[in-house]
Design a protein around this ligand. Structure first.
Ligand SMILES: *Cc1c(COP(=O)(O)O)cnc(C)c1O
Length: 289
């Protein structure tokens, strides 16, 4: 199932940019979306090589990672279980998880913090289970995300990505260094105090040359939004035809537009933005538009 993906690089026609491109990882799959597909590719390969038949993972109630893991498990003939942070709820994301056969264990916020302990408490005696960290963060995920750079036929002055755990950014940076590119990687943490992302990236790469973190585009924190961000999404999508999610990709594109307005990016610079997908979450925010 992790073969023959469709993720073209497309030029965005939006003023005043002359060379703004987007890597459409959002088109890889509607449910195993964007970077979650990249991250799960080698995680599932590793689980299967260890003859594991049951994936166990962790996430919030709106987690793209949970939907992706549920979908990938069912398509691979594997069982899946998720520890879901917080009280029992129903929403469109968890509906998809359930339809893909994922078993949901709602977990209070305190217990949720210690994921290995939860895993052991429920599954210590079970040899079939495979632990996948929140968001899929792992060495396998970094290797999968580095392949985004392998896929590129062209080179760019700048590559942009949004970051939650920083695993995707770590993979991109590793790929850029592996290919000896001069491309600058710009990372937009979508949570407050995102400077830890740099350490996450440096776990996998020897130096931070050409790595730039932009810490001021989190809009108040993880999954936090403002009316300005929703206005930006409406305006950007109506001009480009590209849908954005408010948690990740909208903050990244907002940063690109803002950095150009501040003359930190030049209109002729060759810029590639990674569309990491995650568009299902927008339906939970329909009242904001
Ligand atoms: C999960 C996710 C991210 C964050 O990826 P990390 O590897 O955790 O930094 C970015 N964009 C979208 C759409 C996501 O679903």
């Amino acid at each position: 199932m992790f073969e023959n993906i469709y993720s073209p690089v497309q030029k965005l026609v939006i003023k005043p940019f002359n060379n703004l491109f987007v890597k459409r990882d959002d088109l890889i799959d509607p449910y195993i979306s964007g970077n979650k597909w990249r991250k799960l590719k080698y995680i599932l390969e590793e689980a299967q090589s260890q003859k594991k038949t049951h994936l166990v993972t962790f996430g919030g109630a709106y987690s793209n990672h949970l939907v992706a893991t549920a979908a990938a498990a069912s398509r691979s003939g594997l069982k899946s279980t998720a520890f879901v942070r917080g009280e029992q709820v129903n929403n469109e994301m968890l509906l998809l998880c359930k339809l893909f056969g994922m078993n949901l264990l709602f977990t209070d916020r305190e217990s949720y913090k210690d994921k290995p302990a939860l895993f052991n408490q429920y599954f210590r005696e079970n040899n079939d289970t495979y632990f996948i960290d929140e968001g899929g963060a792992s060495n396998e995920a970094v290797i999968g995300c580095a392949e985004i750079i392998d896929d590129l036929k062209d080179t760019y002055d700048h590559i942009f990505c949004a970051a939650g755990t920083g695993t995707t950014a770590a993979g991109l940076f590793k790929g850029i260094q592996k290919h000896g590119l001069k491309t600058k990687l710009h990372v937009i943490p979508v949570l407050k105090n995102g400077s830890f992302i740099k350490d996450e990236i440096l776990k996998y790469s020897p130096n931070a040359d050409n790595l730039i973190l932009h810490l001021n585009y989190h809009f108040g924190g993880y999954a936090k939004t403002t009316p300005e961000l929703f206005e930006f999404i409406k305006s950007f999508t109506s001009k480009t035809g590209l849908l954005l999610d408010p948690v990740y990709t909208a903050k990244m594109f907002y940063a690109i537009v803002d950095l150009q307005q501040k003359n930190i990016l030049n209109i002729d610079d060759k810029i590639l933005a990674l569309h990491t997908g995650g568009l299902l979450g927008i339906f939970g925010m329909k009242d904001k538009f």
